[in-house]
Design a protein around this ligand. Structure first.
Ligand SMILES: O=P(O)(O)O[C@H]1O[C@H](CO)[C@@H](O)[C@H]1O
Ligand SMILES: [Mn+2]
Ligand SMILES: [Mn+2]
Length: 417
């Protein structure tokens, strides 16, 4: 469709700090995540000295720019404790997830105004985890000598365990988690990256009837258990959202949605006009800044910063998570400097992954809403009952009519109100 000229001056920038929850999901117990609080526990751990790591960082968590926007305020809202006395530069809130599932697609789709009401398919924590008919179909259709893993696992541990056997036998490593995922680890050179992507596409089709959210390619390199390391060539093969999201609504009217990092993958490339990727949060930040420069009236830049989750949350690495937050915080002024009249920047998250919590899985949590723009006034937008309120606020700001889920808080932050 040809771009149409929209009759207003507005742009929106949505940055998702993947897994940066702020605790207190009212349904945390249903997910066996009582007490999980990614931000709160990292902050406490750093005060207690557990965030220290030689050569990386030391001392209390220092996030001056996120705090100026209202991070500590958002956390207090989530916990229903008194707000810090300092004024904030931005508008802030805490959003509650209503979707079924605490995985990345559920969180992002809900942010984009489509909460997931159906139940995803999951694989049981048994060995084997995958139904034999599925395993047999994968082996036959992809012409494999067999598979390794076939269990719940954490992604680096499973490569340590099966990586050498994989290289020796050519059998890919298939594993899952509490999320609706089937992940495939394979060596980029010995197995081949393209071959891994093709295998994932076959498996994607085979797990569609089981309602599995994502098949994820997890390529790695290295020759021995001591040197195996995953590469940035991860690729997610998601099922498409069954209904229109904010992204579809924008692209259908001719606006551009620029997806940074894995946003395109998460929405099965629907409603995403263009994808820009970088290896790691900082490279992704550069891409997000470039997209802010390129965006025009009516456009959305939707960025995902995955390192928080993949490299630190799942790895239960407090110093690493804290250092990644501090590095992100240090770059925020570059994004703030780019804001022009008519712009809205919102930072949020898609779920928690508390690095102090048991296990290695995501944690059900509320997420922060931290927003700013020259036309918006600072202050609380409260505890929101669904992440979809974020998408609907962006929708109203960009001139769309309301969608079926979520309530815009635009009038609460409009400077003239
Ligand atoms: O342990 P790794 O491979 O990072 O896997 C994690 O990544 C998946 C997608 O976020 C989650 O479901 C979890 O299993
Ligand atoms: Mn995520
Ligand atoms: Mn994850």
């Amino acid at each position: 469709m040809l771009p149409i000229k929209v009759g207003f001056m507005a742009r929106a920038f949505l940055f998702v700090l993947d897994s940066f929850g702020i605790g207190c999901a009212p349904d945390a117990a249903r997910y066996r995540d009582e007490g999980a609080d990614t931000y709160g526990h990292i902050r406490e751990a750093c005060v207690a000295g557990h965030g220290d790591q030689a050569g990386l960082r030391n001392g209390p968590l220092l996030l001056p720019n996120l705090d100026a926007l209202g991070l500590a305020h958002a956390s207090a809202l989530s916990h229903n404790t008194p707000l810090p006395p300092a004024d904030t530069l931005g508008f802030f809130g805490a959003a509650t997830e209503t979707s079924s599932g605490k995985d990345t697609p559920s969180g992002h789709w809900e942010i984009a105004s489509f909460p997931v009401a159906f139940d995803w398919g999951y694989f049981p924590a048994t060995v084997p985890s995958f139904p034999p008919a599925l395993t047999e179909a994968i082996i036959a259709e992809a012409n494999l000598p067999g598979i390794l893993g076939n269990c719940h696992a954490d992604g680096t541990g499973v490569i340590d365990r099966f990586g050498e056997e994989h290289v020796r036998t050519g059998k890919p490593i298939l594993y899952t988690s509490v999320d609706s995922v089937l992940q495939i680890a394979a060596h980029e050179e010995h197995f081949g990256l393209d071959r891994l992507y093709k295998l994932c596409a076959i498996v994607r089709r085979l797990v569609d009837p089981l309602n599995i959210g994502r098949v994820i390619a997890r390529p790695f390199v290295g020759e021995t258990v001591d040197t195996f390391v995953r590469t940035p060539n991860r690729r997610d093969f998601a099922t498409p959202p069954p209904q229109a999201t904010l992204l579809d609504r924008l692209t259908e009217r001719g606006s551009r949605v620029i997806g940074i990092g894995k946003i395109g993958d998460i929405f099965a490339h629907r409603g995403v006009s263009e994808t820009r990727k970088g290896a790691g949060n900082m490279a992704m930040f550069d891409k997000a800044l470039g997209a802010m420069d390129d965006a025009e009236d009516g456009d959305l830049v939707f960025a995902n910063f995955v390192d928080f989750d993949t490299n630190f949350g799942h790895r239960r690495d407090v110093p690493g998570y804290a250092a990644a937050l501090e590095a992100f915080d240090a770059r925020l002024p570059e994004a703030l400097d780019r804001l022009r009249p008519g712009d809205m920047l919102i930072l949020t998250a898609d779920h928690g992954c508390d690095p102090t919590y048991r296990g290695t899985d995501h944690t059900r949590e509320r997420v922060p809403i931290l927003g700013i723009g020259p036309d918006f006034k600072p202050g609380s937008v409260g505890v929101r009952p669904t992440y979809a309120d974020i998408g609907e606020t962006v929708a109203e700001h960009l001139g769309l009519t309301p969608g079926p889920a979520g309530t815009s808080f635009l009038q609460q932050i409009a400077a003239h109100a």
